[in-house]
Design a protein around this ligand. Structure first.
Ligand SMILES: Cc1ncc(COP(=O)(O)O)c(C=O)c1O
Length: 625
């Protein structure tokens, strides 16, 4: 490509490349010298197999690579700093619970004794159904009932290192009671509430008002109770979690320091703590800006690891304590890059206003004034022109509402508006300094590209918390994209719109895209969506799960399809909202049969209608060609 408009080099350098044919290529991060795999070829060959867009593509190499990177980076930091303890990562199941994902995390993580973190009974069941290495841990966070505790304790009998992290003082009574009933001593952790508050979208997970963890006073009470019941020896882990996607490395250092102070003090109280679990927080640089901002981070993975290991060593050396095993629960950083959503554009709406009719005697005087604006339009008077344009249109709209202007005049007004605003846009294209007001007016004229996806199903964080995921066309990157657009999804909801984009030069309200030829398949990719998006998504307008394909990159520029999961059918989504598919078919048949009697519907029409209904019910919920 002439220029990296989308900033792919900034946010996707180790996984994506732009090929000579203008398509995005998937790089193999383990073997950067291998030819990148053409993403368009992948999508086309999936289409040939009958797997259509929207499709969620999981690239296993990216997951394996991140697990490797995190473990190797910690092990390098440990060597470099002379730390005497180990590192042991765990993957928080909540970040992506899909069976294909967890299976692979367990497989790729085995050589590093990578474990799992669970926050509920279903997640515990998932963890216990995996063949984890004998040294890895299952960290149980979240509120636990009798069943949860029972199972966690019993799982020790079959070799799992299942650690129950106390989230509240109340939990301890129940754990002691069940442990005595079963005659199994628990492996216990204690979740502390750090006072250091962090920035970012998840700041409420930290600080005094955080809903999670024990206050200092509660920590003391728990220790007293453990001592009184002879259970203090079971307390082997200290846990803290500041929130996800921490943008600033200083915040991570400070939290680590505070966690170490607690660790030293709890150890001084006699607890044999062996594990220092610092939770999640390792962020992903979604924008590639490398700065402390909500969708970016101001540190590298190596820096993160070195900062943590160095701080723990320094703080615990101060207290002459043995170096514990450091645990982190990095989910987002592990998994985000391995999934991407690919969808096709269905149609476009533009606001070009290429021409306008000449002035006529029938035109309203305000419209005539409006039509004269281009005569005095230049860079110096551009704001004035915009003010006039908006004023005249508003006035004419008011007159239309009160019946003083007819439809042809109103239509000509709107046409003239588009014509003039596009002239203004052209004049402004030669300027590097555009005021916010002018920019908003220009952005309001951007095209709308309608995409075959549901924001609510596939990108819920974009809707809920303005999360930015890099988005780019996956073809024609060797051609200048001369349109500017916002994206609209397929749901009938004005919220299903994306109007913030990551570009090389920063965040933009519009995305540069190509003019799409008739019948052209034009695909966009949304990248870094592996974390949280898959299960947070909902069924708005009853768009269900998309097709999911897991691939592995091959050395020769090809790929191997490892797994295919068909997206939800209409019948499936109907059953999620309490419709029994068979029943709904029968209901429809009854309506059609009535029509045979009362509306002269022919028997062959009846057959055709019923067949069409039945075919639809077993089809994909998204737009199909
Ligand atoms: C206890 C706990 N550990 C780990 C994580 C995952 O953190 P991250 O998104 O930074 O990977 C979370 C999520 O917020 C969490 O609540």
């Amino acid at each position: 490509m002439n220029e990296d408009i989308y900033g792919i080099k900034k946010w996707g350098d180790d996984i994506l490349d732009v090929l000579e044919n203008g398509n995005i290529g998937l790089k193999n991060p383990f073997f950067p010298q291998n030819p990148p795999v053409d993403l368009i070829k992948i999508i086309k060959s999936l289409n040939e197999r009958g797997i259509n867009c929207p499709v969620l593509l999981r690239v296993t190499d990216y997951l394996a690579f991140r697990i490797n990177q995190i473990n190797k980076s910690f092990s390098n930091a440990i060597k470099e700093i002379g730390y005497k303890g180990d590192y042991r990562g765990v993957f928080p199941v909540k970040v992506n619970q899909q069976a294909q994902v967890i299976d692979r995390i367990v497989e790729y993580g085995k050589e590093f004794d990578f474990g799992l973190e669970v926050g509920s009974k279903p997640e515990l069941l998932i963890a216990l159904a995996h063949d984890l290495s004998s040294k890895s841990t299952i960290i149980c966070n979240g509120i636990k009932d009798r069943e949860f505790i029972n199972l966690a304790l019993l799982s020790q009998k079959i070799g799992f290192k299942t650690i129950l992290v106390l989230e509240s003082p109340r939990e301890l009574d129940l754990i002691i009671e069940i442990s005595r009933e079963l005659g199994i001593l628990p492996l216990l952790g204690i979740r502390i509430k750090l006072t250091n508050k962090v920035s970012g979208n998840w700041s409420q997970s930290s600080g005094d008002r955080s809903a999670f963890g024990l206050s200092v006073e509660q920590v003391m009470n728990v220790i007293k109770k453990l001592k009184a019941n002879d259970y203090l020896d079971c307390l082997i882990l200290q846990h803290s979690h500041l929130g996800s996607q921490i943008p600033d490395i200083i915040e991570i250092r400070r939290a680590t320091q505070e966690a170490c102070r607690f660790f030293a003090e709890i150890t001084r109280q006699g607890a044999p703590l062996k594990f220092l679990d610092l939770g999640g927080g390792l962020g992903v640089d979604y924008t590639g800006e490398q700065k402390s901002a909500i969708n970016s981070i101001n540190y590298s993975l190596d820096e993160y690891c070195i900062n943590i290991v160095e701080t723990v060593k320094y703080e615990l050396d101060q207290s002459s304590l043995k170096h514990p095993t450091i645990i982190t629960e990095s989910g987002r950083a592990c998994i985000a890059s391995s999934s991407m959503l690919i969808f096709n554009i269905l149609e476009t709406t533009n606001f070009d206003g290429q021409k306008t009719e000449p002035v006529s005697n029938k035109d309203h005087p305000l419209l005539k004034n409006m039509m004269q604006i281009p005569e005095y339009l230049n860079l110096e008077r551009v704001q004035e022109c915009l003010n006039d344009l908006n004023y005249y249109r508003d006035e004419i709209r008011t007159l239309f509402r009160s019946g003083q202007i007819d439809l042809p005049n109103m239509a000509k007004t709107e046409e003239t508006y588009l014509y003039v605003i596009n002239k203004i846009k052209k004049v402004l294209s030669s300027s590097t300094e555009i005021t916010d007001e002018l920019q908003v007016s220009i952005d309001n004229m951007a095209d709308i590209y309608h995409g075959n996806f549901s924001l609510f199903q596939s990108l819920p964080d974009v809707w809920a918390i303005d999360q930015l995921h890099p988005i780019a066309p996956i073809q024609r990157l060797n051609e200048y994209p001369d349109r500017r657009a916002v994206l609209n999804d397929i749901t009938c909801d004005s919220d299903g719109m994306i109007n913030k984009f990551v570009l090389k030069d920063g965040i933009s309200n519009t995305l540069p895209l190509h003019n799409i030829e008739e019948n052209e398949d034009y695909f966009l990719g949304v990248f870094y969506i592996g974390a949280y998006q898959e299960t947070l998504g909902d069924l708005h307008n009853l768009f269900g799960d998309t097709n999911v394909v897991t691939i592995k990159l091959k050395d020769d520029g090809g790929y191997q399809l490892l797994h295919e999961q068909e997206g939800d059918t209409i019948s499936e989504v109907l059953s999620y909202v309490e419709y029994e598919p068979k029943d709904i078919i029968n209901r429809f048949k009854r309506i059609v049969e009535d029509a045979v009697r009362s509306r002269d519907l022919s028997l062959s029409e009846r057959k055709e209608l019923t067949l069409s209904f039945k075919e639809s019910i077993s089809g994909y919920t998204y737009f199909e060609k």
